[in-house]
Design a binder for this molecule. Structure first.
Ligand code: ADP
Ligand code: MG
Length: 710
């Protein structure tokens, strides 16, 4: 297994320079390369004659490159490259509007090319393909033509044939070393092939394979690799849960100097039944000798913070420290402010710890934490950086836990240093994780296989649902009118654009900047317009958000996720542009940003998709439904899990291949199989299980910190 971890430059043909290129797309080890699966397959058995090209279709042709020309286009400040491809039946034009240098240098007249792309009816007599994918064929490369060939994501300038060659070498040399074992009955039940076989089939499919199954990821080889990944993950989570059940936590019982009672006296409202129930579940964990690992799921606005606060009081009254970690400074500040309202009255010292604090201030806070003078610490990632020790940590709270990876969560738990063995917190702190938005119960149970899950499924009374309405582009005037009405009342508004791929970001930033400028000069000119976009540094973004929170401007245009937890009671309108591109759960989260004060809130969804009944109907769900759990269910059935579940949502942002969208069913199967094994042999000690244990440690050991398990 060690060999698989060898640096990628050990693969035959990959030198140090190429290795650096490969590393730039995350391929560092031989194993990474083996698992770098094609994202598409090219069916060379389907090569057409140019004469038979059909405009509008994606097709492949083989021919000779003739008439290659490049032209500098000053207006675009780029090279335009064009040429013709000729086979024995006809000619087609090829054109690249912005040709990168490597492309210009790599092509020359007379080459035999295989090109692939969408055929367009050209302006002249010839059809054309713009920006075709292509490959230069070896003069004697015709034997390649009867194959199904893999297409890989690769660093710019690296040819596909090189990638294929290297991966071929890696397979030949290391393929058989891939640690792989699934119990034979499981393989049979699930219709799986061995991992080594599966990888070979995916990288070098034989000509009999069904290319459509390869292309949509439903081939037996895909299934086998995914199943393997999921099976081991579930095994790992199961094992972790087991090991945790023996890891000791501090026993935090109700004390005679009861902070909870004092707190209830300070509360401007009474807790909901759901809050009381979930708190009961949490207390029960805290009172037991085993460290809590609990995920609290609750709709936006269901009052998770208050539950976390009560849990923290329990830790504090037992002489421990409570630590909250939030994904952004703004959220951390917000939590800090809201707990500060009560902490003084209760005689609790709270502190905020973020990366932007001056070193001196930070040091003084750390010293006071070290001496146990501060009982509640609220912070960002800065908490898990070096130098932070929280000797008496009894409870860790992670807000919006999906924004953190497993490792970060674990590091929070590790802040109690073993050096303080005499301190009560030599045990593991209890952990409470909070989700930003609910996911369906069925899925939660599977994804969070290693923890307990609580459902905060009731809203505080008196909440008026945010009025939600879907608009089309031509109704934009009405949308702006409504926004202006609210602004006139002194309220504030969000205008949100969908998040885009990194490659499209620049364009979007330009669009949004223009849009914001236009709004500033026209419709919203009396109210002030701010912009946050995906290319801003976190600190800068936080700063703009802060100014918006403080009411400096009326409208915030955002091309990036508005921090889901942000609480700006004066904001009453949310306009979502291209609402059709969002998942329903995401829309629900966004909508949760408004209507938090006393005034009614509005959510205006602008549907800019071409007429499409399904998209329309999907968005309409938002007009009727206000329960986050139900919306999540609707999302699940309408679009499949992944649409609202980014991989990161699982908290395991480390999957190599699994796409929770596609693979939820497989995940459930894998969990069943894995748990059956754990039920038989909880520590995986017997012959077969011991082999699986080895593999498990190799795959997930580090990521799930299973080392301690053995
Ligand atoms: P979320 O679950 O989305 O994190 P918050 O904890 O921010 O929600 O709570 C939203 C708002 O509801 C806060 O202003 C909070 O003070 C208020 N709140 C919490 N619990 C109750 C309750 N039982 N009754 C009334 N208001 C509550
Ligand atoms: Mg919150």
């Amino acid at each position: 297994m060690k060999l698989l971890q060898s640096p990628i430059r050990f693969v035959k043909g990959v030198g140090p320079k190429r290795a650096a290129q490969l590393e730039s797309i995350g391929l560092k080890t031989v194993e990474d390369l083996l698992y770098h699966l094609p994202f598409r397959y090219e069916d060379r058995r389907q090569i057409k004659k140019i004469r038979d090209a059909v405009p509008g279709c994606h097709e492949s042709f083989v021919g000779t490159l003739i008439n290659l020309q490049k032209k500098y286009v000053p207006r675009r400040r780029s090279q335009l490259l064009s040429g013709h491809l000729r086979d024995d039946t006809a000619i087609i034009s090829l054109i690249w509007y912005r040709a990168p240098t490597y492309l210009i240098e790599g092509l020359s007249k007379g080459q035999r090319l295989l090109v692939h792309g969408k055929v367009e009816a050209g302006r002249g007599v010839l059809h054309q393909i713009a920006h075709p994918e292509f490959e230069v064929l070896e003069p004697d490369g015709d034997q390649e033509l009867q194959k199904i060939l893999p297409v890989y994501l690769r660093p710019g300038g690296l040819s596909l044939s090189l990638m294929r060659k290297w991966i071929g070498h890696a397979l030949a040399e290391y393929g058989s070393l891939i640690p792989s074992y699934l119990p034979p009955p499981t393989m049979k039940r699930q219709g799986l092939i061995s991992l080594t076989q599966a990888l070979a089939q995916l990288h070098q499919p034989d000509a009999q394979t069904d290319p459509s199954a390869l292309n949509d990821g439903s081939s037996a080889a895909h299934r086998s690799i995914l199943f393997d990944e999921l099976f081991y993950l579930q095994l790992g989570l199961g094992l972790r849960k087991k090991s945790r059940s023996t890891s000791e936590g501090a026993i935090l019982t109700r004390q005679s100097k009861d902070l909870a009672a004092a707190m209830e006296g300070l509360l401007p409202f009474t807790l909901t039944r759901a809050q009381i129930r979930v708190l009961g579940e949490i207390y029960k964990d805290m009172e037991s000798s085993r460290a809590m690992q609990r995920l609290m799921q609750g709709d936006v606005g269901s009052g998770k913070t208050m539950v976390a606060w009560f849990a923290s009081l329990r830790a504090i009254e037992n002489g421990y420290q409570a630590v909250w970690m939030a994904p952004t400074e703004l959220l951390a500040e917000q939590h800090y402010r809201s707990v500060n309202r009560f902490s003084n009255a209760l005689g609790i010292n709270a502190a905020l710890l973020t990366a932007s604090q001056p070193a001196k201030e930070r040091k003084s806070i750390l010293d006071r934490i070290g001496r146990g003078e501060i009982q509640l610490i609220v912070g960002t990632h800065a908490l898990i950086q070096e130098g932070v020790q929280i000797p008496q940590m009894g409870l860790g709270v992670v807000d919006e836990q999906h924004r953190f990876g497993v490792l970060q969560r674990l590091s929070l738990q590790r802040l109690t240093s073993p050096g303080f063995a005499s301190a009560p917190a030599a045990r593991q702190p209890h952990m409470l994780l909070m989700s930003a938005t609910p996911i369906p119960r069925s899925l939660a149970m599977v994804l969070y296989g290693d923890m307990e899950v609580s459902f905060l499924d009731e809203m505080p009374p008196g909440r008026v649902p945010v009025k939600t309405k879907v608009y089309r582009e031509h109704e934009r005037k009405a949308v702006y009118q409504l926004v202006v009405n609210e602004l006139r009342k002194g309220h504030q508004a969000f205008v949100v654009y969908p998040l885009v791929e990194a490659s499209e970001q620049l364009q979007q930033v330009r669009d949004a900047t223009q849009m914001a400028e236009k709004m500033r000069q026209s419709v919203f000119k009396d109210f002030g317009v701010a912009l946050v976009h995906g290319r801003m540094a976190a600190a800068e973004r936080d700063e703009v958000m802060r100014r918006f929170r403080d009411g400096e401007m009326g409208v915030l245009v955002a091309t990036t996720v508005i921090e889901v937890g942000i609480d700006i009671p004066n904001a009453t309108v949310m306009v979502v542009e291209h609402a059709e591109r969002f998942g329903l759960s995401q829309l629900h989260q966004l909508r949760g940003r408004v209507g938090r004060g006393n005034a009614p809130g509005y959510c205006l969804l602008v549907n800019r998709a071409p007429r499409n009944a399904v998209a329309e109907q999907r968005l309409r769900v938002m007009e009727q439904e206000h329960d986050g759990f139900k919306i999540a269910e609707a999302d699940l059935s309408l679009r499949g899990p992944g649409e609202f579940l980014g991989t990161r949502q699982s908290g395991l942002g480390d999957f190599r291949l699994v796409n929770l969208a596609r693979d939820a069913q497989l995940l459930i199967e894998a969990r069943k199989e894995a748990h059956a094994w754990l039920a038989d042999d909880p520590e995986l000690r017997s012959g077969e299980a011991a082999v699986m244990r080895e593999i498990l440690l190799h795959r997930w050991g580090q990521r799930l910190e299973l080392g301690a398990v053995g």
